[in-house]
Each structure stands twice: as structure tokens, then as C-alpha cells.
Write a protein that binds this ligand. Sequence first.
Ligand code: HEM
Length: 486
Amino acid sequence: MSILDRFDKPSVSPASFLGHLLGPMKLVVAVIGICLAFALSNSRQQRAQRGFPLPPGPKPEWFIGNARQLPKGKQWITATQWGKEYGDLVYARIPGKSILFLNSVKAANDLLEKRSKIYSDRTHSTMIDLTGWSFNLLHMGYNDEWRKHRRMFQQMFRPDAAGDYQPVQRRKIHEWLQRLLDTPEKFMQHTTFLRLLRRLHQRPLIHIGKQAMGIMSDCLVPGKFLVETYPFLRYLPSWVPGLTTEMQSVPFEAVKERMRIGQGSESLVAEYLGDTDHIGGLRGQEREDVLRHVATTSYAGGVDTTVSSLSTIFRAMVLNTSAQRKIQAEIDHVTGGKRLPEFADREFMPYCEAAYREVMRWYPVTPLGIAHTTSEDDIYEGWFIPKGTQCFPNVWAMTRDESKYKDPDRFIPERFLDADGKPNDDTFIPAYGFGRRICVGRFFADATVWFTLVSLLAVFDILPAKDENGEDIDITDYEYTDGAIM
Ligand code: HEM
């Protein structure tokens, strides 16, 4: 019987469990210990600050800091409002955590890019450990383990490898066009575990992945789980982390089995398993473990993110039918309306390029980015930033910057075109992150989202659905899901 089985029984309430675990005396000692640790860390920080103030932010309450002001959901909206009041840097505290919202591209670049040596760590998360997600590059600290995994990732997804994936991307996107009721998740599975999933029971596997990833997305939101602050609560969750183990092993073992019986497989896993060169100096079991982690992570990192931007394409096209018609006119002009678009057409489709950038701006997939944690104390523009601070690049605030994007809530591809109708020099997409932790799959993602946009619109008009009275359903105030990924 596992430890979780024991604590999952309904007869064991959290209160009685805590009572057994600590007992009244121990509870008093624990409270005194927490207060002492709090006082000590405050005095350590005051010494380290050497007179430099913390960045501005909402006034914290004693002990709980800003926990009550920071909502559980859509924190990017609150951080953007705070930005209007306090500026590009907004500092907040919740028990055990310092948080810094970076509300402009400049602040994020200055710190996460130019000072990446000390702004590239991640905060250790008890929830990530409990759910079995720590094999994922995204969650690794800035250490040798991360370097080993990132190296293999970069080798697979470097810009000059992008062309290798185009035949698979093209085929899958074309298949998807024919079966629009299907989901685009297959793109990612296809690249890493190609075809095999079709033979296995795809649906249950996708379901496992979805459940596991929903939990991961929530884990990235500060203050979402009390267990991060009070690790003894780790015994209370009623679910088990077996989901992520299955997600890693089932498709990977299937590829190995296929190779063992000589059937081959058109996938990255098969290609790298079959490669006799040592990847990044790795050999044997270590090499296989890293490959399994990288393959599973590329699925996890690529599915919800890509799907989120595709849902934005659909919504944008419904809300701005004039942009939809311009995209279609440009595609028809290049293809003559006689064939589907190709990757090579991209440079001849400036309006489509602008529309792609606007999709990534309008509803950025990760509106609050992914936090980079400082590994040393730092001073920036006279403000003190403590070691261990989670720095969130507030992508929502950056893409809603009215001095740069007029009417930021509207979908307007033209804002990415210059006076000659060519794509302008606003090429940086903050939705892919910053510095040394920038999305390692961005070239692949960029190709998938762009190619889907043009292929979809070459074939379909996208119109709003009708309600029971035959009226268009209004999706202006469409609700996106919460969590790190919209
Ligand atoms: C539209 C699609 C995508 C978006 C918007 C997106 C966005 C992001 C963001 C914001 C980060 C965090 C960057 C930071 O810490 O500053 C990230 C990291 C990451 N992404 Fe993506 N991503 C997308 C697609 C993909 C794909 C297709 C893959 C895999 C092939 C992928 C793999 C990863 C990995 C492994 C990391 C962790 C990098 C690290 O921590 O060193 N992503 N992504």
C-alpha cells in the first residue's frame, strides 16, 4: 500500500491527520519556528538590500504579504493593472515567495536576456514533484541536468532542422483539413511518436496527457496550491502521479518494440534511438532516459500551446471577417486558387505573415510567461531584487502596450505591416519567452501555426456558429481557460 493510499481514505480528515502528525505541542513549536524563520529571512534581506528599496508594488499585509490581493486566476490582468499604477516592475510577496512582474519588453530583456546568467533558474515546485513532472525541461533548475536536456532539444529543434519536419507537418495539417472535427494534437504526437499512436488506443492516451497537462499548467500559477508554501500538505492530494509515468513510457516503449521487430518508425525517437553517434556525449541508459524525457516534453510543450493559438485563429477570423478575406485573397493570388499553400510561399505572403504575428500578440498563449527565478541578489535601476524572486514576463501587458499597439484588444494584422505593405521590423514574439529559457520549440511552433493558418483559410471560410434561433453566436467575450496556458 502506498503512502497516498493511506491518506486518500475519506475517514482520515485533514484536521485529524494533522493532529496525529504533529500533536498540540509540536504545532506550537512549528508556529514559533515559522515566525522565527520569517523574522530571520526579513533581517537577512534588509542587510542584503544595503539601502536599495524593493521595486514598487501593492502594500503587503503582515505575514501573508499580497496573497489576498493576488487573485487565483487571470493574474496577468491584475499585474497589468498594477503596472499602470506602479510601472514596468511590480513587486509582490506571498508566503515563501517573492514575485516580480515585468510589464515591458525592455524590462524583461534587460533582466531575463542581458542578465540571463542570474535570471535563468526555476523555483522548485513540490506540486511538480508530486505530479511526476520534474523530468520536463521547463521545470528544471538552471543546472547541468537542464543543459544536458536542452542540448538534445536544441539539436532536434534548431532552425535549420525545421525543413526536416515540413513534410510531416504538411501531411498532418492536410489530413486535419479533411477531418476538421479532429484535433491538432496529432501534429506533436506524429513528430515524436509517429504512427504508432494510431495503432495503439489513441484516445485514452491523449486523455492521460490532457489530465496530466491540466495539472501542470495550474502548477505554474503562483499561489494556486497551498502545498508549495506548506509542504506537509503533500500528503493530502487524492490523485496519484502515475499519469506522467504512463505518458512517458507507453509511446516510447512502443517505438522500441517496433524497432525491435524491424518495423521501423518515422519519428524523432526512432531516429535518435537508431543513431549510433553519441548525442551530446550521452550514452546507454542515460541517453535513452534523456531522449524519453525530451520526446515526452516536446509533446507536452507543444500540444496545449499550439492548440491555444489555433483557437485564437478561429476566433480572430470570426471577429474580423475583413482580415479573413484579405488573407484568402493573398493566398489565392499566390497559389492561383489551384493548389494548397506551401512553406516556400511564406515570403510572398506578407499579409498572412502579419496575421500570424497578430494571432501571437492578440491572445498570447502564455499571458504571464513562465517565471525565471533569480539565483543571486541583484540591483536594477536602483531597485533591489532578492535571490529566489520569481520574475514573470507579463506578456499580456507587453502585447496590450497602447503606445505601441493602438486599440490593442482588436485583431488588426495591419499593425505588423509597413507603409509598403511589407512585414515591419516588429518581429519579436514575447509569447515564446525570453533569454536562455526561451521556448526551444519556437521554430517548429512558428511553422505549425503559420502553415495551419494559411492551409485552413485556403480551404474554408470561418463563420460563427448559429444558436437555436438561427442567430450568429457572439464570441466577442469568449472565455479562455485559466492557468499558465490560456
Ligand atoms: C505556439 C506554441 C508555443 C508557445 C507559445 C510556447 C511558449 C513557451 C514559453 C513562453 C516558454 C517559456 C520560456 C521562458 O521561460 O521564458 C516555453 C518553453 C518551452 N517550450 Fe514552448 N511554446 C510553444 C510550442 C512549443 C513546442 C512545439 C515545443 C516542442 C517542440 C515546445 C517546447 C518547449 C520547452 C521544452 C520549453 C522549456 C525550455 C526551458 O525551460 O529551457 N514549445 N515555451
